[in-house]
Ligand binder design. Sequence first.
Ligand SMILES: [Zn+2]
Ligand SMILES: [Zn+2]
Length: 343
Amino acid sequence: MLAAKLPKLETVEVVEEPIPEPGKGEVLIRMKASALCRSDLHRYHGTQIFDEDESACYITPGHEPCGIVEKLGEGVTRVKEGDRVAIYLGLGCGTCPDCLKGDVMVCRDFRCIGFAVNGAHADYMTIPEENCLLMPDEMDFITGALATDVGGTLYTACKKLELNGTKTVAIFGCGPMGSGGILMAKGFGARVIAVDTDEKRLALASEIGADYVLNPAKGDAVAQIRSITNGLGADASIVTAGNNAALNSALDCVKAKGIVGQIAECNSATIDPSNQFLRKMIDLKGCWYFNRSDWEELAEFIVNKPIELKKICSNTYPISEAETAFRLFDSGKVQKVVFVWDD
Ligand SMILES: [Zn+2]
Ligand SMILES: [Zn+2]
């Protein structure tokens, strides 16, 4: 089978390797779609976001996939051959209170597929059966791949931000996560203000349902958000751009007792906690993935609304063209790049 590897800085190689055997409690997945993610680029550029051993460079990346169950390992009871499944990226200890609740992403022993163990940018992968998320028949494979990281994270964020038809949310950053946020927030019925300096991204934001698009390079976005909300400020804001300005604007644009969701990876930022946060009684909430047991309601939400996640897939490639795919995605000029396998 073919598998993409990141053996050296900014180098992608596609190698031939044996199809893995599913171990006890594991299944073999024949991949159908596997999305590239900004966190794959952290590995590509040598800036890991998870603390993995540097010698892990031959671990296949890919943590936003779906496929078909091809073979069952010993003792597998929950899934069967032929099942169409999306894959939950987290491996936890399985016994701590967070794992038992399905919040595997906050387990102290958390490990991520595509970082700690071989991921999904390959023809096949093995995975514990509990990581298999059954896809509704109506869900296509590209949507299935995007439903995990983009869909699951932004769905969870919208719930944490208590979005509904009476709420206005400002979304800072209109890349794949921000675009997923627009789709999800519209699904929850909220009025959406999308903010980005890239006009192409703002055009997509409008197309997928943003009620207002603002370019902070052309005018004061916070002031415009206040004027759209009759001087009050937005009820909530979501930060999907990993920079200081986005977090500051997200704090400044919400009304008193508003809620700010931090989605973007960002290792440092400077804020004025007293004036931007404490005095206004703001809730600041972090969110980077979803509870595994939310999958069924999440998948139903995506299918029934429908949430057209596929619209944020701008490019598809076969795995043999992984190098081109990585380079294009790294350019920042596209939305989601997804590896696909046709029958
Ligand atoms: Zn991701
Ligand atoms: Zn655990």
